[in-house]
Design a protein around this ligand. Structure first.
Ligand SMILES: CC(=O)N[C@H]1[C@@H](OP(=O)(O)O)O[C@H](CO)[C@@H](O)[C@@H]1O
Ligand SMILES: [Mg+2]
Length: 532
């Protein structure tokens, strides 16, 4: 084993002077630096699968909304969730082992630590997004998997959520909780069947234009939409996934959310709904321009609110005792939190940034809605919830329909991870059923004007936080200065934290008016600059 490991790893030597870290979104950086990392992720996936009795582990090669020259890699655990946090440090140790001999020491250390029987089977599936560097990184990954004798299957080009779906299907096949057929056709069928069930009484197709960020989500959503042509009229723009140099360029969910503006390639018709995916289609934001050409963003907070409102109503109609809650991060607009708590009377939890935190918190509700403001999120239906719905004794047609609709939503909404395609269908289903225009959705509450800024500092690690990242602990005294500044503004809120994916500190601010928020964010950026 170690011989073949040494031989293979010599082909994938680690560059010196780089420190790798498995962060919020796995390893992510310039693709040219990732060959050894991806190879070693193959080794870790083999260990993880053997540790979990041969369950299938997923690996996704993507850098999401990053520029075309970047790439990244992340692991998917058996139920389709992100890699368990305690294993992230093992990924980091493997990636940072200097020499081949060091690598074998770390690898064998993990084998011993977890008493892993290397004679057992290891199973891995992987996919990549549409980046140019994808195929070469896949070759490195395959070497890693061969080096540790893992069985593997290459799923080709998929969206990140499709790979998560496949992993869960493979690990639940033949069980009572089978998640579906582990193929792309299986994924499309699951979503389209659920959509047709939910919209069985609707006759008008909903029309939407999607900016696919020139990524892999474009061809996938176009394929799915063919099956739904009676219910959905989809136009895909920025759909050049075969021109990887255009990926995320002046388009995509991150561009639209951060800049609060239209992507290139979109010439809006007044009050018509648009959406943008990110490069690997695990995020979505919606938007439209009104008759006065004012741009309205419908971000993750608006999606969460819409879903919570609609599912809350369905629970009431179903007369089943289920609790519903919403999970957000500090980046959620204050108006959305207020609306969910005060108007919808639902509990809201706040967690640190990163979907794994939100996902985990959402599991405590029977139905947990979680979204980051940037459009990454989903709705989780707990096993108890599904069982209660299936066992419910419906006495009226209204109750029956509500129960069937809730169950269909649990099939429509990806239960493993935020999914742009699944979230798109969820939103369009709700808008269709409510017969709502995009303006009606936009006006359920009005966002407080907000700004997100980035400050490059010498060492972002000195910025540590508490209270779900809403308060700085260090540098000492800095939070006090921010609080003093915030006090000067109406409805002001601002917080500062180190990014987990970029070498920068992020500053968020919101206020009662645009003028104030521009002023506040500028002042907090100054405070941060002066502190480091
Ligand atoms: C403000 C913001 O949008 N932060 C993003 C960003 O994290 P940072 O730790 O802020 O760099 O990337 C994460 C991974 O994609 C995503 O989960 C998160 O929401
Ligand atoms: Mg993404």
């Amino acid at each position: 084993m170690s011989n073949s490991l040494t031989e293979y790893s010599l082909k994938h030597a680690r560059p010196s002077n780089i420190v790798y870290g498995y962060g919020t979104a796995g390893f992510r950086m310039k693709a040219t630096l990732l060959d050894s990392v991806v190879f070693r992720v193959g080794l870790l996936a083999g260990l993880r699968s053997r540790f979990l009795d041969g369950k299938t582990i997923g690996i996704m090669i993507t850098a999401s909304h990053n520029p075309p020259e970047d790439n990244g890699v992340k692991l998917v655990d058996p139920m389709g969730e992100m890699l368990e946090a305690s294993w992230e440090s093992h990924a980091t140790s493997l990636a940072n082992a200097e020499t081949e001999a060091d690598l074998i020491l770390v690898y064998e250390g993990l084998v011993a630590k977890f008493s892993i029987d290397l004679s057992r089977p290891a199973r891995v599936v992987f996919a990549k997004d549409s980046r140019e560097s994808g195929p070469a990184l896949v070759a490195a990954l395959v070497d890693g998997l061969k080096a540790v004798n893992a069985e593997f299957h290459d799923c080709g080009m998929l969206t990140t959520p499709q790979l998560h779906y496949n992993v869960r299907c493979l690990n639940t096949q033949g069980t009572e909780r089978s998640y579906g057929v582990p193929t792309e056709a299986g994924y499309f069928n699951k979503l389209t069947s659920a959509y047709k069930t939910i919209l069985s009484s609707v006759t008008q197709p909903y029309s939407i234009t999607i900016d696919a960020a020139n990524g892999i989500g474009g061809p996938k959503v176009a394929e799915l939409a063919k099956e739904l042509s009676n219910l959905l009229a989809v136009t895909v723009v920025n759909n050049n996934y075969d021109k990887p140099e255009l990926l995320n360029h002046a388009c995509g969910a991150d561009y639209v959310k951060t800049g609060q503006k239209l992507p290139s390639g979109v010439t809006p018709e007044p009050s018509k709904l648009y959406a943008s995916f990110d490069g690997d289609a695990d995020r979505i934001v919606f938007y439209f321009q009104d008759e006065t050409t004012k741009f309205h963003l419908l971000d993750g907070d608006k999606i969460a609110t819409l879903a919570a409102m609609y599912l809350g109503d369905l629970i009431k109609q179903a007369e089943v005792d289920l609790n519903l809650g919403v999970v957000q991060t500090a980046y959620a607009n204050g108006s959305s939190t207020d609306y969910i708590q005060k108007n919808l009377n639902l509990p809201v939890l706040c967690t640190p940034t990163g979907v794994k935190h939100l996902h985990h918190a959402a599991l405590q509700f029977d139905i947990g809605v979680y979204f980051e403001a940037n459009g990454h999120g989903t709705v989780l239906f707990g096993e108890n919830c599904i069982d209660a719905l299936k066992a419910a004794d419906a006495t009226s047609p209204g109750q029956l329909t509500a129960i069937a609709t809730l169950l269909a939503f649990s099939e429509l909404i990806n239960q493993t991870v935020g999914d742009a395609i699944s979230d798109l269908l969820m939103v369009l289903a709700i808008l269709s059923l409510k017969n709502w225009t995009c303006a009606e959705w936009a006006h359920i509450y009005t966002d407080l004007p907000n700004r997100l800024a980035k400050v490059i500092v010498n060492d972002r690690r000195i910025f540590t936080t508490t209270d779900a990242e809403r308060k700085l602990v260090t540098p000492e005294g800095l939070q006090g200065k921010i609080d003093e500044m915030v006090m000067k503004y109406s409805n002001g809120r601002s917080f500062v934290r180190a990014s987990g994916t970029e070498d920068a500190v992020r500053v968020y601010a919101e206020c009662g008016t645009v003028g104030e928020v521009d002023d506040l964010v500028k002042n907090v950026v100054e405070i941060v600059k002066n502190s480091s």
